[in-house]
Design a protein around this ligand. Structure first.
Ligand SMILES: Nc1ncnc2c1ncn2[C@@H]1O[C@H](COP(=O)(O)OP(=O)(O)OP(=O)(O)O)[C@@H](O)[C@H]1O
Length: 258
């Protein structure tokens, strides 16, 4: 499967050395040291949505074009709003290609610095390193909560907030993967975003989930209600948290009913 997709990709970006980073249902993610049009050094990420053989070709082309353009536009808006996310380098909506800067780091255990991997990595050392690790864990969660708050304050929702979709770089959290992102001023949509993250933390870090979710929400609150926050920002925060309670309740009822 990947070989066939790589052959298609080679027609769009010929003769560029690429390494596969991940293959999801929707896209293949690759890394390269090559910038598409400038003599710039660094690592770049290519997200490629290949044609889907199970869809009618015309509909497939439309879907690919609109998802690719939508994700790229969202990324560009994030950067303009000062929200940490990869810099968009170039986009080819018809080809299903987004070229962006790479964010994140490689952890000492060789894993990429997603929040998920970082928490797992730090947890392993927590017995020995004690308080220092606790504060690193707390900071990573708080910074992640803060970047989500910035997103929501700009009436943008991520749509797929998992602990893999945030990468830590020099202690700061960057959001990635905006394939399901959208614009919304509704507290309900922001609450669902937070609830999805809460559930993701519970499934990947069940033992410490309550603590991590508490820190994530504390970072979220500080960003929206801190010293320089507007009255409007504080009001929006309260509305979102109230909705989060409702969403949790609905989730509990649904799981009780099976
Ligand atoms: N800008 C980036 N910098 C560094 N790594 C990245 C970047 N974008 C994506 N990645 C890596 O590629 C992986 C997949 O990226 P992304 O989530 O955008 O693709 P996806 O096809 O939507 O994945 P999935 O289907 O698993 O959600 C990420 O988990 C991350 O490890």
């Amino acid at each position: 499967m990947t070989d066939a997709i790589l052959a298609q990709l080679d027609r769009l970006v010929p003769n560029i050395p690429l390494q596969v980073v991940s293959q999801g249902a929707e896209a293949l993610v690759l890394s390269t040291q090559t910038h598409p049009y400038a003599q710039k050094s660094g690592t770049f990420i290519i997200k490629y949505r290949p044609p889907k053989p199970y869809r009618h070709p015309k509909i497939d082309a439309q879907i690919t074009r609109s998802r690719t353009a939508g994700e790229a536009k969202f990324m560009a808006k994030l950067r303009r709003a000062g929200i940490r996310a990869p810099n968009l380098v170039s986009v080819d909506p018809n080809g299903g290609l987004i070229w962006m800067e790479s964010v994140g780091e490689i952890l000492p255990n060789g894993a990429v610095s997603s929040l998920k991997n970082l928490l797992w990595y730090l947890e392993q050392g927590s017995e020995a390193a004690g308080l220092l690790v606790q504060s690193q864990l707390e900071l990573a969660c708080r910074h992640t909560g803060a970047v989500i708050a910035k997103l929501h304050m700009n009436d943008m929702v991520h749509g797929d907030l998992t602990t893999s979709n945030m990468l830590l770089q020099e202690g700061e959290a960057y959001l990635i993967d905006f394939g399901l992102s959208s614009y919304s001023a509704l507290a309900e949509d922001k609450a669902v975003d937070l609830y999805v993250l809460e559930r993701a933390v519970l499934s990947t870090h069940s033992v410490h989930a309550e603590k991590y979710n508490g820190w994530l929400l504390a970072g979220y609150k500080d960003e929206q209600c801190g010293a320089y926050a507007s009255v409007g920002g504080k009001k929006k925060y309260s509305e979102t948290l109230k909705k989060l309670e409702d969403v949790r309740l609905r989730g509990r009822k649904r799981s009780m009913l099976g």
